[in-house]
Structure formats: structure tokens, C-alpha cells
Ligand binder design. Structure first.
Ligand code: NAP
Length: 215
């Protein structure tokens, strides 16, 4: 089983990301998209080995998964799936959607949510035509970032600015490395997990100028 889907779920958000670490911007984005599209549930799917990223720069999947579970535990609309973590090899969204479809059946409508920046490169993704057929795509972005349709039919994709996405995982990592506070940027339990396991102490603070990620 991929995760415990509430049997009444008909419209499912699938929130894909590296979540290194998960922060309040991700949670607000999932909540906003759930509200806008009338979603019954949102399942967070931390990537296994993110495509095009050097493995040594990404925190282990187990830590990213645990932080996602801690962050979502108190919201009954949110779940976390290990589907990408447990599949060997690089993570491709087409495999995420195929595995979830196989496990959940055909009665559930899929909305794949992720950063608009990542989604802007969808035409380079493996089997992207199939991805577009399997789910409505929702790109969420931080204020001031240009929202550009990567060349898909308007009916296939929705782009939404989320003010809370001014928080970024890159900045959280840099803050930890510099000994700056992360309280209120990430859920309290996630901050405890980070400090307890000494995560991000050797993150490169110069990444901070590039909050769109490190692809
Ligand atoms: P990323 O490059 O780490 O992130 C790019 C930007 O998007 C960053 O600013 C990041 O901010 C933001 N972002 C990422 N996920 C987000 C989310 N769920 N909500 C809000 N903002 C988000 O992207 P990634 O994490 O590697 O990939 C994102 C998703 O796209 C994953 O599910 C991945 O598997 C999929 N993907 C698939 C392919 C493929 O199939 N070939 C290729 C690339 C990505 P933060 O750092 O603050 O999160």
C-alpha cells in the first residue's frame, strides 16, 4: 500500500518536492491549492534520488521523509507517501503518478503540485505527455517570481503565487549553517529534528542568494 487513503477521497493533491527541509511555505501552498481545487486530501511525496541533482548535496531520503511526516501530522487533510523513496533509481514524476494510479485505482482525480520553477522544465521530463494526461498540474511560486506557462495548454496547468513561499528550503539550510533562527519558518518538530540530528550544519550559506533551488 502506498499510504492510507481515505476511501471517500475523489480529488487528490500530490505534492512533489525534495523537502530538504519541508517548511511552512510548502504547508501553506498545499492548503491553498486544496482550498482552490476542493481537494479531499494532499499527499506529500518526498523525492527519492532527485533527477539531475548530485546525491551528496541532498539530505538522506529518510530524514526528508521523517520531517515531512512530522510537519503534516496535525492536519487531517495531509498524508505522506514513500512511493518515490522506496522506488530505486532517480525520481521521475511519471513513475510517481503511475505507482499512485496503480495503487489508488481510476476513481481518484490527480492534481500534481510542485514549485513553478521545477514545473517550468516539464517539457524535458521523462514521458511528460503522459504526466500531463495523468494529472492537472499546479505550479506554486514565491512572490516576485514570474509565472510562465512552459508551453502546455492552459487547461492542463494552473500557476499560483503563494506569499508564504518567500520561505525557501535553501534559506533554511543556510540559516542553520550560520547559526541563525529557523523558528516559525519550519514547524517546531521539524526544527527539533534538524537540531537533534545536526542536519545542514555544513550547508553552503552562499546558496542563499539562489532561493529557486540548486538544480
Ligand atoms: P527543486 O529544483 O528542488 O525546486 C525548484 C524550486 O521549486 C525551488 O524554489 C523549490 O523551493 C520549489 N519547490 C519544489 N517543490 C515545491 C513544492 N512542492 N511546493 C512549493 N515549492 C516547491 O525541485 P525538486 O524538489 O527537485 O522537484 C520538484 C518535483 O518535481 C518533485 O516531485 C520531482 O520529482 C519533480 N521533478 C520531476 C522531474 C522528472 O520527472 N524528470 C524532473 C524534475 C523534478 P524549496 O526549495 O523551498 O522547496
Amino acid at each position: 500500500m502506498v499510504y492510507a487513503l481515505d476511501p471517500s477521497t475523489k480529488r487528490l493533491g500530490i505534492m512533489g518536492g525534495t523537502f530538504d527541509p519541508i517548511h511552512h511555505g510548502h504547508l501553506v501552498a498545499a492548503s491553498e491549492v486544496a482550498h482552490k481545487f476542493g481537494l479531499d486530501q494532499v499527499v506529500f511525496v518526498p523525492t527519492g534520488q532527485p533527477w539531475q541533482k548530485e546525491v551528496e548535496h541532498v539530505t538522506t531520503a529518510e530524514h526528508r521523509y521523517l520531517m515531512s511526516v512530522i510537519a503534516t501530522a496535525s492536519d487531517e487533510r495531509f498524508e505522506v507517501s514513500r512511493v518515490d523513496i522506496d522506488r530505486p533509481g532517480p525520481t521521475f514524476t511519471v513513475d510517481t503518478l503511475r505507482d499512485l494510479r496503480k495503487s489508488l485505482g481510476n476513481d481518484v482525480e490527480f492534481f500534481f503540485i510542485t514549485g513553478a520553477d521545477a514545473l517550468s522544465k516539464i517539457l524535458t521530463w521523462r514521458d511528460h505527455e503522459e504526466v500531463v494526461k495523468m494529472a492537472h498540474l499546479v505550479g506554486v511560486t514565491r512572490p516576485g517570481h514570474k509565472l510562465i506557462n512552459p508551453g502546455l495548454p492552459a487547461s492542463a496547468i494552473t500557476l499560483i503565487e503563494i506569499p508564504a513561499l518567500a520561505i525557501s528550503s535553501t534559506d533554511v539550510r543556510a540559516r542553520v549553517a550560520l547559526g541563525e533562527p529557523i523558528r516559525y519558518l519550519v514547524p517546531e518538530g521539524v526544527a527539533f529534528h534538524i537540531h537533534k540530528h545536526g542536519l545542514y550544519l555544513d550547508a553552503d550559506p552562499s546558496d542563499r542568494g539562489n532561493p529557486q533551488g540548486d538544480m
